[in-house]
Write a protein that binds this ligand. Structure first.
Ligand SMILES: Nc1nc2c(ncn2[C@@H]2O[C@H](COP(=O)(O)OP(=O)(O)OP(=O)(O)O)[C@@H](O)[C@H]2O)c(=O)[nH]1
Ligand SMILES: [Mg+2]
Length: 295
């Protein structure tokens, strides 16, 4: 199922969230640890207003632990924000969240009132998996296709914490093409505008630059290819991706790279670091100030 983001839907989601926000004490924002920048919804901050936010860097089993540590540090410097890295598919890990929720809203706990939390996040980051793990039973539908959850759920965890799902579907950051590509690499969006081969080439280029050793090891390469297309051809040859007549099946080779990357077969890979975004923000600021000085 493809997710299409259009202004009407984005407007409706914001309206629904604004309606329920007065009954929320704490926002739990689930993100993908491999792409914390691109998997963050740009309006959550504005929608939650002064409420504290617990950022969950989920799927940390697939991310680079050193980079995840940098992101945790980065988010913890933000006002009213705490951050935790999780793998919600691993049993038992998610319980850590409960203590944090109580710590972040001490007044309600002191008054013996329930801490009302809302789980927010873009499609496919693991919101339903998190809710089910916390509830200890399957109440939300889990799937590897984006936008599986359609109905809002509200459950009491029985220890003073109430959990609800976001009403409506939140969209990812879409301001630049690179975010779109990184989201596609992780499988978070299925965008008809980006072909499968394009996604694999983007992933290949990134891996050649940042994780060459992981590629060498996984695909038993003797030499590092100079370009992503060469890498994909090499994978095709190693794995015998041949069409009738002995022609290399590049689509098949691209599929192998993406599937294995998404399944964590190349080890922990993070596609975004806080440093990259600090540099981008600075660049943007500088170009804006140049533009305004030219006025
Ligand atoms: N490797 C890994 N996979 C995970 C983790 N958490 C969730 N997943 C997988 O990610 C996919 C999406 O999980 P869901 O819980 O359905 O995600 P969601 O955010 O509820 O998605 P929507 O309902 O579409 O918005 C499923 O295939 C999960 O098994 C994790 O910590 N690690
Ligand atoms: Mg869901």
């Amino acid at each position: 199922m493809a997710v299409t983001w259009y202004p009407g839907h984005m407007h409706k989601a914001q309206k629904l969230i604004k309606e329920v926000m007065p009954q929320v004490d704490l926002v739990i924002e689930v993100m993908d640890a491999r792409i914390p920048f691109s998997s963050e919804n740009p309006v959550v901050k504005e929608l939650r207003g002064p409420r504290p936010c617990l950022k969950v860097l989920n799927k940390s089993d697939l991310a680079d632990p050193a980079v995840t540590a940098e992101w945790l540090q980065y988010f913890s410097q933000q006002k009213d924000v705490r951050a935790i890295a999780l793998t919600t598919t691993r049993k038992g890990e998610t319980r850590k969240i409960l203590g944090l929720c109580r710590e972040m809203v001490p007044l309600r706990v002191q008054r013996g009132e329930p801490v009302r939390t809302m789980v927010m996040g873009i499609p496919n980051v693991g919101k339903s998996t998190l809710i089910n793990a916390l509830a200890g039973r399957a109440i939300a539908k889990v799937g590897d296709e984006p936008a599986v959850t359609k109905q809002q759920q509200r459950i009491s965890l029985g220890n003073g914490i109430v959990l609800s799902d976001t009403p409506g579907i939140l969209w990812p950051r879409m301001e630049d093409q690179n975010s779109g590509h990184r989201l596609a690499v992780t499988g978070a969006i299925k965008n008809a505008a980006i072909t499968f081969e394009d996604i694999a080439v983007y992933a290949g280029e990134f891996l050649l630059q940042h994780y060459p050793q992981a590629l060498m090891t996984r695909y038993k390469l003797n030499e590092l290819p100079a370009e992503a297309t060469e890498l994909i051809e090499g994978i095709g040859r190693k794995r015998g991706c041949l069409r009738p007549g002995g022609v290399l099946d590049l689509h098949k080779a691209a599929e192998i790279l993406l599937k294995e990357l998404r399944a964590g077969k190349l080890g922990g890979i993070s596609l975004e670091t806080p440093a990259i975004f600090a540099a981008l923000a600075k660049e943007r600021e500088e170009s804006e100030s140049t533009l305004s000085s030219e006025d």
